[in-house]
Design a protein around this ligand. Structure first.
Ligand code: SF4
Length: 115
């Protein structure tokens, strides 16, 4: 009777559905790490970047607008930089610009030398 509706075919279907959902969750679960590894480069036109005078090349900082800039300072020497300390090229995250990577040779007004 109802054996045909809830029999082995039904159990197999339920198992396959569960397995498919589990596989989807596993794939979705991997996405944040992948996205994190490929964070977009911070644009100098980003409103916060602009207000902090971020330049991907520290030598291009507007020294008149941001007089705290001192030659030689760059993201790789900043405590907010999430790459290797002293890094001079390449990109890494920055605690000030969550979700973006900044140029190790860049600078912004939030620069704070590593201790
Ligand atoms: S806070 Fe530091 S690491 Fe981040 S953009 Fe500014 S200078 Fe670079």
């Amino acid at each position: 009777m109802s054996e045909s509706k809830n029999g082995p075919d039904s159990s197999r279907r339920a198992f396959l559905t569960t397995a498919a959902v589990a596989a989807s969750v596993a794939v979705i679960g991997l996405r944040p790490r992948t996205a994190q590894a490929a964070m977009p480069h911070l644009s100098e036109a980003d409103p916060l970047a602009k207000s902090l005078g971020y330049k991907a090349n520290a030598s291009q900082v507007d020294k008149a607008k941001f007089p705290t800039y001192k030659p030689g300072e760059h993201c790789g020497l900043c405590r907010f930089f999430q790459g290797k300390p002293g890094q001079t090229s390449g990109f890494a995250g920055c605690q000030i610009f969550a979700g973006y990577s900044v140029d190790a040779g860049g600078w912004c007004a939030s620069f704070n030398a590593r201790g």
